[in-house]
Design a protein around this ligand. Sequence first.
Ligand code: ATP
Ligand code: MG
Length: 426
Amino acid sequence: MSKTLQAIRGMNDILPEQTPLWRYFEGRVASLLDGYGYRQIRMPIVEFTELFKRSIGEVTDIVEKEMYTFEDRNGDSLTLRPEGTAACVRAVLEHGLAGGGQTQKLWYIGPMFRHERPQKGRYRQFHQIGVEVFNIDGPDIDAELIVLTWRLWGLLGIRDAVTLELNSLGTSEARARYREALVDYLSARAERLDEDSRRRLASNPLRILDSKVAETQALLVDAPKLADYLDEESRVHFEGLKARLDAAGIPYVINPKLVRGLDYYSKTVFEWVTDKLGAQGTVCAGGRYDGLVEQMGGKPTPGVGFAMGIERLVLLIETLDQVPAEIARQVDLYLCAFGEPAELAALALAERLRDQLPGLRLQLNAGGGSFKSQLKKADKSGALYALVMGEDELARQVVGCKPLRDDSEQQNIAWAALAEHLAARI
Ligand code: ATP
Ligand code: MG
């Protein structure tokens, strides 16, 4: 196939074998969030480029080199959203959802786009579920976000494989003081920094903390520590969060180097990481962004949120063999019919069964075929029973009910009694 008729590198089809696990995952998250009182919001996938520049920050990896930006026919600069928070804040402001100090607990799901180097767990179109809370400034809500993700890991059977990393970035004033100290320290030793870090020294020095270069990390051992620059308010907030996590029995590791890639965070930042997926180990990440709404033209409004990467979590569920057996089966019954008179009766019977048994997953054979070929299709469908309607069955107003997953005998069941017979078995 010519290259331009193939999917774009890093943008994947999610094939029918995969979608049951995706739907299982998405369903679990949606009902969990319902249970904690979060409401779904759906934003467009495309926004003005300016929105992301203003919120994410000009000197971040995303804005500097990862955005899919284009000019539309009016000459406006638009961007495929690289993350959800910016658009969510925009929608909240535009519709006054957080006006007058009212609390909003929101979530969203959907594709995000970043021009990164595709590899396992890292794609150019990927999917996130994100949660954002507005107008609650205490550590209780930071804790709730972490508690509910912890519950989710439990529901999905992946809790033992993830670790919570926590840090506090302080207020933007505290961070500015720290930034200055860090820049002083590193500038005096700039010749030992890697090239990327040297560039960041001027633009985004905090990002140097999570540099992967060993020599840079060695240099950082004696560098000033963010924790020593925390303001009192942020310190108390962080202690409050830790106390709540202790009370809920959730283990965590303080990672003083956790700074996150986006500019807008303040106070709490956290990541759930796993060592089971290789280099792409962060499955969920978030933090507090008390300054963001104001930065985007609204009134000062505390905010906190996180986003989880669906591809990585689905991969983790598979890697840990936690795919529930029941999601593999998508068909309960496969109805075979032989000859047109039987096909007509089978169609009517199928529709009656759907009326009688809501939620029934019934596949009616289409395209004809011999007894052998239809039964083969029935077996391949994963159905528990094949229902057989031939001339004989039609004449007697019964249907053959053939168990496909055990050795029990085939039975003939009268049409009128079929729904009741099946209800007890599937
Ligand atoms: P990373 O450090 O892995 O690049 P990030 O800090 O850029 O992640 P966020 O912007 O915080 O990621 O997004 C939240 C989550 O979305 C990540 O923890 C990850 O699970 C997922 N994610 C981010 N970028 C990608 C991608 N390119 N492909 C797949 N999942 C991704
Ligand atoms: Mg990234």
